[in-house]
Design a protein around this ligand. Structure first.
Ligand code: ZN
Length: 124
């Protein structure tokens, strides 16, 4: 019998609510061979701009593309360019040295090593 309303006055001050997207949130958008490149790029970027956010991470024409939503440090663009150049010579499937080309029987370009270029995707 009391006036026990279910009122909770606890303020949620955990700082969540604003969903920021950074590179680790988008790793699945590219092949596993590029994950180490993106993880290193993330570390390099947060060293100069911990609050950076990405709008998109993807593969395009066989190359890596990283688009920033916000960036407050001029060095970040150079870091991204360096990672894109590195991805251009790294197999997107396995991380071995590779180059951009067509996979057998496919029309789209991918950066692949000599082993993966002959491998059928989804074949084990
Ligand atoms: Zn490979």
């Amino acid at each position: 019998m009391g006036a026990g309303g279910g009122r909770s006055a606890e303020a949620d001050t955990t700082g969540e609510g604003c969903r920021m997207s950074q590179i680790p949130d988008s790793l699945d958008h590219v092949g596993p061979g590029w994950h180490p490149i993106l993880e290193q790029l993330h570390l390099d970027i947060i060293a100069v701009d911990p609050d950076y956010t990405t709008s998109q991470v993807k593969e395009k024409f066989g190359g890596l593309r990283v688009y920033l939503a916000s960036c407050r440090h001029p060095d970040v663009n150079a870091l991204i360019r360096a990672a894109e150049v590195r991805a251009q010579e790294t197999c997107e499937d396995c991380g071995a040295p590779g180059r951009i080309r067509n996979r057998a029987g496919r029309i789209w370009l991918q950066c692949l090593c000599d082993v993966c270029v002959d491998k059928e995707p989804g074949d084990g």
